[in-house]
Design a binder for this molecule. Structure first.
Ligand code: ARG
Ligand code: GLU
Length: 671
């Protein structure tokens, strides 16, 4: 075990230093930020945020599924997250006859709430610094086993600051989660992929679920006998909103950031990885969109896939623009030169040279890996072929062989043109030579694989077919072997060398800049970010206000454009100004607030996170960042970076006036 030169004093200093609005802080160490938070408008205590002794705000927050956040808003297990986080579930329950994606869904009583096999929500029970235990030679596996208490909890040990610190996270995982409500996509996904990552924004991006538990309030598999879960804590909702400058904080599960990497990684992202991945996804999206425009069933079938592919595709474009605009590579190079000069004669001397050299070695493997993931594994048939024994009829519900074939041709062509011969499986080169062209190979593959359509699969299954002889399974095995052995093994070995160097470089950066706030990179563990409601200068002379309203939705409304075609009921309500208790004066008129901006440092995974005021009351649900912010995973800019939330008053208005499910609001605590 290496030595931990990383002293507690250094960590304390790192956590206390102030750095405007940047940072995702560990809830158990939030005490070190409390003075700064209070100075900016926070009115509670560190114990209110996180406590192991009493119910705290953390007990009202969940990891929703495997990549979103959510919050409890009633004493009867009612949970809010984003529409795009519940999208898979809403789609799962949708068909051409019951098109909940298009029309929305509202359970009018508990018996109408819909179960979702496989969906879980996880509550953080506690987190604990286990660095000393790991350092003393205990294995992470043993620590995790002990924390699970024989299966009562789920647990993991996560590294922070490149293995300079280790934390244990213990979760309670609930498995009976039911869909309670979702607005029509024309509200929940208003603006679609056109407005995604953009401001001004008018998306009612929320959905409603309920957690069920057994009679003892403990996690249980779905059962009609289960009862609504009683949370330790649920959020009070503020119906007063927040004004520009008001304090807010976001409490949720940010996925991945890399703020402390070298210029090499940024250069790789900007000049190699992003351009390749963006191009591959453009090709896929063009094929899927054309098929969707031609056929309504295909539009529903590929809606979720299209949204997923387009989301990262657009983010990477914004990220690349931001990294270029901020000259992040050059800035990092200049920082590295200063670091090197300072590091002479210290234990950190030479660490950057070693990192640069390792990255140069890594590059061919890293880019090949991108092509494997974004081209080969983007072919759905190749995905099926990776798990023939676990496939069921249901896997083919949203699958079009015709679309997949077109994608396969484009992806294999790109792969062949861009990947070095040594990383192309011999099996594929031989078959390609036999067939004569990529098109002919794909024809042959789809004609002969029993996995290439639902009918072929079902009859093969009934006939006891040996799937190990299937051409798609053979293809998958051939690609997997190269991906694992020639690419993956080298990539993993080099990457672990790089991590070992970062372990040193991270400590070096902290020693080099003792005044700087070094929050740990996001790793899908619970974090607090804080900042004020704020607009931003979008371009020279253009200031973007932090609030949008229903009036803006009406301005965008256009029945001819799918992404902007709102429900008639919303037009009618606007025409009669029948806003009930949800109407306010905002942006100079009587309206409904829809979305707002704040300076919270967030990333993917923060979707569905509560955004709270200084008293810990729910102001809205985080769902996005602005396009100009998306480089913040690598380089945060306090002047520009803004998170986007749907205003809770718009959520309540839609539940009440569009969904006719006002009875749900009676369950909530409004202030
Ligand atoms: N950009 C948001 C996030 O990263 C929302 C994505 C879902 N919406 C969409 N139109 N694809 O998850
Ligand atoms: N929409 C993202 C999510 O699903 C959040 C946006 C971001 O990346 O900040 O987590």
């Amino acid at each position: 075990m290496k030595k931990f030169l990383f002293s507690l004093a250094a960590l304390a200093a790192a956590m206390t230093a102030t750095f405007a609005d940047e940072g995702m802080w560990l809830p158990s160490l939030i005490g070190s930020r409390i003075d700064d938070m209070k100075a900016k408008g926070f009115e509670l205590t560190a114990e209110d945020i996180y406590s192991v002794n009493q119910a705290a705000l953390k007990d009202a927050i969940v990891l929703f599924g495997r990549g979103c956040s959510g919050e409890l808003v009633s004493a009867e297990g009612l949970l809010l997250t984003n529409h795009h986080c519940g999208y898979g579930q809403i789609q799962y329950h949708s068909s051409v006859e019951h098109d909940y994606l298009t029309n929305g869904f509202w359970a009018m009583n508990r018996s109408e709430e819909l179960p979702n096999p496989g969906l879980t929500v996880s509550f953080l029970q506690r987190m604990e610094d286990v660095t000393a235990r790991i350092e003393a030679g205990e294995s992470a596996e043993a620590i995790v086993e002990e924390a699970k208490e024989g299966g009562k909890y789920a647990a993991s040990v996560e590294s922070l600051y490149y293995n300079n610190k280790f934390y244990l996270f213990v979760y309670q995982v609930y498995r009976d989660i039911r869909l309670v409500g979702a607005p029509p996509s024309s509200i929940g996904k208003f603006g679609g992929d056109t407005d995604n990552w953009m401001w001004p924004r008018h998306t009612g991006d929320f959905s409603v679920f309920r957690i069920y538990a057994d009679k003892n309030n403990q996690p249980a598999d779905y059962s009609a006998d289960n009862v609504p879960y009683t949370p330790k804590r649920h959020f009070t909702i503020s119906t007063k909103g927040a004004a520009e400058g008001d304090f807010t904080f976001v409490y949720g599960f940010p996925g991945t950031t890399r703020e402390y990497v070298t210029s090499d990684f940024v250069d790789y992202t900007l000049n190699h990885s992003n351009p390749a991945k963006i191009h591959l996804r453009t090709l896929r999206l063009d094929i899927i969109s054309a098929a969707q425009e031609a056929d309504v069933a295909t539009r529903i079938m590929y809606a979720s896939k299209h949204a997923n592919i387009a989301n990262a595709w657009k983010k990477w474009q914004g990220e690349s623009l931001g990294l270029a605009r901020r000259h992040t590579v050059e800035k990092k190079l200049a920082y590295e030169a200063r670091f090197d000069a300072w590091a002479k004669g210290t234990e950190y001397e030479g660490v950057l040279d070693k990192l640069h050299a390792k990255y140069a070695e890594l590059l061919p493997y890293a880019i090949t890996r991108d092509y494997y993931n974004e081209a080969i594994y983007a072919i759905e048939l190749v995905g099926f072929a990776g798990r023939p024994k676990r496939l069921t009829e249901a896997n083919y519900k949203d699958y079009s062989p015709a679309i997949d074939k077109k994608i396969a041709v484009e992806m294999l062509r790109e792969f062949g043109e861009n990947v070095k011969a040594e990383f192309i499986p011999e099996w594929y080169s031989a078959k390609l030579a036999e067939c004569g062209s990529v098109e002919a190979f794909v024809e042959w593959l789809f004609a002969n694989s029993r996995l290439a359509s639902k009918d072929a699969f079902m009859s093969a299954l009934a006939g006891g077919y040996d799937f190990s002889t299937d051409p798609a399974v053979e293809m998958r095995a051939a690609f997997d072997k190269v991906a694992r052995e020639s690419v993956g093994a080298n990539y993993t070995a080099l990457n672990s060398d790089i991590t070992a160097l970062y372990n040193i470089y991270m400590r070096g950066q902290m020693a080099f800049e003792p005044e700087r706030a070094f929050y740990p990179d996001a790793n899908l563990t619970l974090r607090v970010a804080y900042g004020s409601v704020a607009g931003y200068e979008a371009a020279d002379g253009i200031y973007h206000k932090p609030y949008t309203t229903l009036d803006g939705i009406i301005e965008k409304d256009n029945p001819e454009i799918y992404d902007y075609d709102i429900p008639q009921s919303l037009r009618d309500i606007y025409a009669s100004k029948d806003y009930g208790r949800w109407g306010v004066e905002l942006n100079g008129h009587y309206t409904i607030p829809v979305a707002f901006l704040a300076k919270n440092h967030t990333t993917g995974g923060n979707s569905g996170s509560p955004i709270l005021n200084g008293r810990g009351e729910l102001l809205g649900i985080n769902f996005d960042r602005t396009w100009l912010s998306t480089m913040s995973d690598l380089d945060y800019d306090p002047d520009i970076c803004r998170n986007i939330s749907v205003d809770i008053r718009y959520v309540l208005f839609v539940i009440d006036k569009i969904g006719g499910a006002g009875y749900l609001i009676d369950e909530m605590t409004l202030n």
